[in-house]
Ligand binder design. Structure first.
Ligand SMILES: Cc1cc2nc3c(=O)[nH]c(=O)nc-3n(C[C@H](O)[C@H](O)[C@H](O)COP(=O)(O)OP(=O)(O)OC[C@H]3O[C@@H](n4cnc5c(N)ncnc54)[C@H](O)[C@@H]3O)c2cc1C
Length: 372
């Protein structure tokens, strides 16, 4: 094992147990749409020039890494299973209403995101935020920022000028002929000399398992220590007159809801009456698989003193992995064998958006310094 100042670098003994690889050259790099890739199948797009790096995940970590690599002239492709970019920096439109339903604020503005601030209100993508969503957070009273048009707008701006494919779920990866080969759920194929995987760590581990790549101890046992809490998010629309929130962020005492966010006061929804509710981690854990009507009934009941829920309409979003509550102290993990494979995201370093940005940046720096 070689350890460096920011991340872990490992020689991975048994990662050469790579998946079955199917050559689909001559088919435009895409497998026959009727033949779904079987377990551990990686389609090899031999007729395309490999990218310098493929990044899986267009969240804060993946986008930051891609920008850092592209700025140095590297050919980068970002793949994400979501319909849009941003990952857990998520904003949803429901009719006239808009909701931030994942991350609510930045606890400080990393260097990589400073360009999003502007004195010109037409150009600003983030702005300072006056009240805090988590009263007990260290530093919560100062240095808070939110997306002017929602948190996903931050990601959209970071994504500008990057090569990104969305609605691409990577199901397995394998190493052959000095390249990583990627297979997607729909049978598309991609190749790159290096890769950075940025999904939540349990999803990375599942991808490794599915790809037949065995991570040796202590890498695997370290990664299994990374834990995330779930969060049930209820997006509620109410009659604006019935919304009695006097602050943008409200923390009810007790009950199952830990946070109410007034998206109109926050500037996300032009239309008043769009309220995001985040359930506590304990409640989210206990009720994660419960029917949505039951969850909505209980959460709405608990906030009855803040909003009149009698005419409320709602949508539920279940975040299996919301915030990394137990993380690796290193800002990324790099595997050297059989080829350069890095893990990054908010499970590494200090977590949250700022940690994910830092992790992505450091992973990119590793590749630039040692590989590309
Ligand atoms: C409800 C909630 C509230 C939060 N509140 C805050 C807050 O106020 N402040 C804060 O700083 N942080 C907050 N967070 C945490 C913050 O959102 C995350 O720490 C940060 O966004 C993580 O960024 P990331 O790039 O590491 O991961 P992600 O944003 O999760 O990005 C990973 C991406 O990988 C993609 N992906 C996964 N698997 C695959 C696959 N197989 N193929 C292709 N793509 C794949 C996903 O679609 C996703 O877009 C909150 C999170 C939630 C859910």
């Amino acid at each position: 094992m070689i350890r460096d100042t920011h991340g872990h670098v490992w020689n991975l003994g048994r990662a050469d147990r790579v998946p079955l690889i199917v050559d689909c050259s001559g088919r435009g790099g895409t497998a026959n749409a009727n033949s779904k890739p079987s377990d551990r199948t990686v389609y090899v797009a031999t007729n395309t020039e490999p990218h310098d790096c493929i990044i899986v995940g267009a969240g804060a970590a993946g986008l930051t890494a891609a920008r850092a690599l592209q700025a140095q002239g590297k050919r980068v492709l970002v793949l994400d299973k979501g319909r849009g970019v941003g990952g857990r920096m998520a904003t949803r439109r429901i009719g006239e209403y808009r909701f931030d339903h994942g991350a609510q604020v930045l606890f400080g503005l990393p260097l990589e995101l400073r360009f999003l601030l502007s004195d010109d209100p037409d150009r600003a993508v983030v702005r300072p935020c006056v009240s805090a969503p988590h009263q007990s957070e260290p530093g919560a009273s100062s240095g808070l920022f939110a997306g002017v048009n929602g948190m996903s707008a931050i990601a959209k701006t970071l994504a500008e000028e990057l090569a990104i494919e969305t609605s691409v779920r990577i199901t397995s990866i394998g190493w052959r002929d000095d390249c990583w080969h990627f297979a997607s759920e729909s049978g598309a194929a991609y190749t790159a000399r290096t890769t950075i995987l940025t999904p939540p760590v349990p999803q990375i581990l599942r991808l490794m398992e599915h790809s037949g790549i065995e991570l040796q101890s202590p890498v695997e046992s370290d990664l299994r220590q990374v834990q995330y809490e779930p969060c049930l998010a209820l997006l509620v629309t109410v009659d604006p007159q019935a919304c009695r929130l006097d602050q943008t962020f409200v923390h009810p005492d007790g009950g199952c809801v830990k946070l109410l966010v007034d998206n109109h006061a926050k500037g996300v929804s032009a239309q008043p009456g769009a309220v995001t509710l985040h359930a506590s981690a304990a409640y989210s854990e206990a009720m994660f698989e419960a029917p949505e009507e039951e969850i909505a009934r209980q959460m709405l009941h608990d906030v009855g003193s803040y909003i009149d829920t009698s005419q409320a309409t709602w949508q539920l979003h279940r975040w299996r992995y919301s915030q990394a509550v137990s993380r690796l102290s290193e800002s990324y993990v790099a595997l050297e064998q059989p080829g350069p494979l890095l893990f990054a995201g908010d499970g590494f370093g200090w977590g949250r958006i700022e940690g994910a940005v830092w992790s992505g940046r450091q992973a990119a720096e590793h590749l630039l310094t040692h590989v590309l």
